[in-house]
Every structure is written in C-alpha cells, then in structure tokens.
Design a protein around this ligand. Structure first.
Ligand SMILES: CC(C)(COP(=O)(O)OP(=O)(O)OC[C@H]1O[C@@H](n2cnc3c(N)ncnc32)[C@H](O)[C@@H]1OP(=O)(O)O)[C@@H](O)C(=O)NCCC(=O)NCCS
Length: 149
C-alpha cells in the first residue's frame, strides 16, 4: 500500500532524511524549520519525499525525490500532488520551484511553466494558485471507470 505522511515544521525527520540523502546527497537543513515535509511510503518503506515553504510571497516546492529503485511508479507524481494540494489548501497565490532542465516535463504535466531568467543550472517554474488542477481523471481515456458515474 502507498501512503503519504506530513511532517510539520520542526518535526523529527529521521524517517525522511535517508530518502532525501539518497536522492540529493543532503541531510537536514535550516529550511526544515519553516517547511512542511511529506514522505511517501511504499509498503511501509520510505520511498519518496518533498517539501513546501512560504518565501517572498509564494509557496516554494523543493527536494522532490524518489529512491531510484522506486521510480516510474507514480510516487513522484503523488508527492507533487500532495505538495500542490497543500499549497491549494492554503490559498496559494502562486507556487514556484527550481529544478534541473531535464525534469521540467515532470512538473509541466501538472501545469507548472518555466519562467524567464532561467540559468543553466536550474529552471524556475511557476503555477498561479488558481490554476492548480489536481483532477487526475480529466485526461483519462477509460470510459467504463466507476469514477465517471
Ligand atoms: C523526477 C522524479 C521525482 C520523478 O519521480 P517518479 O516517481 O519516477 O515519476 P512518476 O512515476 O511519478 O512519473 C509520473 C509521470 O511523469 C513523467 N516523468 C517522470 N520523470 C520525468 C522527467 N524527468 N521528465 C518528463 N516527464 C517525467 C513520467 O513519465 C510519468 O508520466 P505519465 O503519467 O504520462 O506516465 C524522480 O525521477 C527523481 O527523484 N529524480 C531525481 C530528483 C529530481 O531531479 N527532482 C526534481 C527536482 S527537485
């Protein structure tokens, strides 16, 4: 079973840090005192993580990563959706993040768009809060799905 768990700013992140470290090489940092972190478990095993914080008039997402052995199974998608839902439930005016250029497509699927002024190391992406759309059924081709009724 796949489950998500939220960690409020300042929480014990000892379950989550090994995932972050495995993906990004970093551990706990100062941003954790002001961030909500999310951890996704796959059959009780910590597998994917990400965080959200408020800064300079926007909600920022970061540290979105999935253990290499657990990729391509929509866990990253779930982390991103959980973070966007958190932003939406706080009436976010806009949501921003910085990511490597080869990952922009992952974020574009949920409406984030690259911003001008990007540098070569990281692309800044943004979605206005009112354009966040987490309806996962919208583009599904299955006509016989019970969710349609
Ligand atoms: C990017 C990352 C989080 C994706 O996680 P994942 O669990 O493998 O991705 P998912 O299985 O949830 O993919 C969901 C969809 O996004 C697509 N996708 C995944 N990675 C993508 C990429 N780099 N570019 C474009 N699309 C991508 C998948 O093909 C899938 O598409 P579909 O819904 O049409 O089938 C993961 O590869 C990762 O941890 N990368 C290293 C860390 C990183 O770069 N993080 C982002 C910056 S903070």
């Amino acid at each position: 079973m796949v489950q998500g768990k939220w960690f409020a700013p300042g929480s014990d992140l000892s379950e989550l840090i090994p995932v972050r470290s495995a993906v990004f090489g970093g551990g706990r940092d100062d941003l954790d005192t002001s961030s909500w972190n999310v951890l996704v478990y796959d059959d009780s095993i910590p597998a994917a993580t990400g965080r959200i914080w408020w800064e300079n008039g926007a909600f920022w997402l970061g540290g979105i990563g999935v253990l290499e052995t657990c990729r391509h199974r929509k866990l990253g998608d779930l982390v991103l959706r959980l973070l966007l839902f958190k932003a939406q439930s706080h009436a976010a005016r806009e949501v921003r993040l910085r990511c490597p250029a080869d990952v922009t497509g992952f974020f574009e699927r949920l409406g984030l768009k690259p911003q001008s002024g990007e540098d070569t190391e990281a692309v800044e992406m943004m979605i206005p809060g009112n354009l966040i759309d987490l309806d996962s059924c919208k583009n599904c081709p299955k006509s016989s799905c019970p969710n349609r009724k």
